[in-house]
Design a protein around this ligand. Sequence first.
Ligand code: GMT
Length: 380
Amino acid sequence: MKGRPLKLGITCYPTVGGSGILASELGEELARRGHEVHFISYEQPFRMPVGDPRVFFHPVEVNSYDLFKYPDYTLPLSVKMAEVAQAHALDVLHVHYAVPHATAALLARDMLPVDRRPRIITTLHGTDTTLLGLDPGYGPAIRHALEHSDAITTVSEFMRRETVRLLGVRRPIAVIPNFFEPHPASRLRTEVRRELGLADGEAMLLHVSNLRPLKRIDLLLETMVHLKSAVRCKLVILAGASFAPFTAEVARLGLTSSVVVRERVTEIEDYLGATDLGLFTSETESFCLSILELMSVGCPSAAFAVGGIPEVTVTGETGILVPFGDAAALAQAAQSLLADAPRRAALGRAAQTRARGRFSADAIVPQYEQIYRDVCGGAT
Ligand code: GMT
């Protein structure tokens, strides 16, 4: 390690979602590199490493008061951030997803004596810019928080451009792509496929998401209707939210026996390793960490070419991308790959090489470390 170990506060959403996963994996990697990492959130992030002596979790308690129609999280979060920053002499507060984390970090900094103030790094992940940035009730507060952070990062060139376009931010925004380091699978591929009810020779498509409207589950199911008539396959959905709102539609489309859902899975690598092809239908993605997760185990994906996805996977080389909204074309692309095992394997190998070369912890984590040291100036 260059320089002294740093003391880092990380705030993220603890639930299943790309930004929280990235933040948790970053914390794990930073601790492995000798830094002290303090997670500050309302719950322990779901992939936060446990048992590491350099990783700590500080819960934020939110009380509800009769006077408030809506409970407030920002103020208790900022108080906890200030408390932890002071007690542990944090060098940096690194917040993932701007709302409300970046605003809370500014408040926390202002509460502390000038010589005890941590630097603030805000990492933009997606809808904090593309959705909330456009909301007049949030946009100005997000812009203010970005302008007063010590550094801003985001996960793709697409997101950097969108942040400039939608929020008019004029300060430098560093693009640091997401990374993923797969842990070893805990079960054999055959065991996982058996658990999922896959017959011999039946292809497994995998979709991982939190099912929000922009993930376009309608297009995912439409793609599956086309695919089902052409290939023996099942679609496995690892859902970060309840799938119940979609079950009637699955039945109406005659897909009940072709769609297998698992909610809030933690052993992601078991499922990645059992997959033949990823399938993603989002209308926008700043990055799509799930495509990278599959690439890292040598599995290509078929998806729409939206947002930052073409920065992650290269169509025809490490996966297949088709224009947004054309479910028939997506099904056709998926079908041609499922029918051609050697080509699929070649794309998978290229995907894994790209993941290891560009999006590994060794490629990415030093970029965050450098930013931490840059904002801390000579003190580190
Ligand atoms: O912005 C969001 O929708 C939430 C966020 C999340 O927590 O899942 O997703 C974003 O961050 C991920 C990690 O950087 C990216 O992989 C996702 O593409 C991105 N989602 C969107 O841009 C819609």
